[in-house]
Design a protein around this ligand. Structure first.
Ligand code: SAM
Length: 285
């Protein structure tokens, strides 16, 4: 039997049994492998790091999409950076008021292979007439486009390899430029217990550009090491604490069915452990 151990941390990592390798290839940008595992179903890894699994993808994709989308009063135009497996796109399109989603993914192979081997992630979302897919580095797109968006979601890999550019100030300046009035930017920002430097650095880079910078979290089983933090940035200072009553109303009106997200966990997700809030405060000391 073949096994693969994650390479994210030099002295510690999860090992998965590869019951059947469905696809493995060095694309133009990264090493891509998709395989079956008894516990997690079909798994996709990029450059030796688990990106998504059939079994727990709903947690990450629901929280990363519905927290900003329900916090915004009426998201019509959405920008997704990365997200080649299509899970974020699938969830974003469930919002009835969404008129257009632009997805900027650097690696066409990820889209193609996830549509083939993880079809339930996108569930046909890439064929939705509201979707425009751009194959490019997200940092190029946000700095060149004149489009404005209500919600921007950066569903990137970790800041190694192609994902590195999506954690830079150059990228965040581009985000500021294409975020419309009352807009919200969220980004995958690592497992804070293991990647606290990423949380602190993102906070330091976003703060000079946005009126409100904070984080929310969710525990995603295959992003090992504890809760995953999501960066949040907006020029509006009230969108990270929308009243529960308003969230309930928007959630019910949307008729979106979820398995992890609900308004109470949305509100609670902005409550961070003390070691995280302390680290953010110390970073300004
Ligand atoms: N949920 C995963 C996580 O939290 O690690 C991320 C999943 S998604 C598959 C990550 C996507 O980001 C991949 O499709 C990858 O090709 C894409 N990506 C990496 N760097 C990028 C860049 N600079 N511009 C656009 N897409 C990028």
């Amino acid at each position: 039997m073949k096994y693969i151990t994650e390479s994210l941390y030099p002295t510690w990592g999860q090992t998965l049994e590869q019951d059947e390798v469905l696809f493995e290839h060095h694309t133009k940008h990264q090493h891509l492998v998709i395989f079956k595992n008894q516990q997690w179903g079909t798994v996709m890894m990029l450059d030796g790091v688990v990106q998504t699994t059939e079994k727990d993808e709903f947690i990450y994709h629901e929280m990363m999409t519905h927290v900003p989308m329900f916090a915004h009063h009426n998201p019509k135009r959405v920008l997704i950076i990365g997200g080649g497996d299509g899970g974020i796109l699938r969830e974003a399109l469930k919002h009835p008021n969404v008129e257009q989603v632009v997805q900027v993914e650097i690696d066409q192979a990820v889209i193609d292979m996830c549509c083939k081997y993880l079809p339930n992630h996108s569930a046909g979302a890439f064929d939705d007439p509201r979707v425009q897919v751009v194959i490019d580095d997200g940092v190029n797109y946000v700095n060149q486009t004149s489009e404005l968006f209500d919600v921007i979601i950066s569903d990137s890999t970790d800041p190694i390899g192609p994902g590195e550019s999506l954690f830079t100030s150059v990228f965040y300046v581009g985000i500021k430029k294409c975020l419309g009035d009352g807009g919200v930017f969220v980004a995958q920002n690592g497992v804070c217990f293991m990647q606290m430097d990423e949380v602190v650095t993102t906070h330091q880079r976003l703060q000079p550009l946005f009126e409100e910078v904070t984080f929310f979290s969710a525990a995603v089983p295959t992003y090992v090491g504890g809760i995953m933090t999501f960066a949040w940035a907006s020029q509006s200072t009230d969108l990270s604490h929308v009243e529960l009553e308003a969230l309930n109303k928007r959630y019910e009106q949307s008729k979106i069915s979820t398995r992890y997200y609900h308004p109470k966990i949305h509100s609670a997700s902005f409550t961070l452990p003390k070691y995280v809030s302390d680290a953010l405060e110390q970073s300004h000391a």
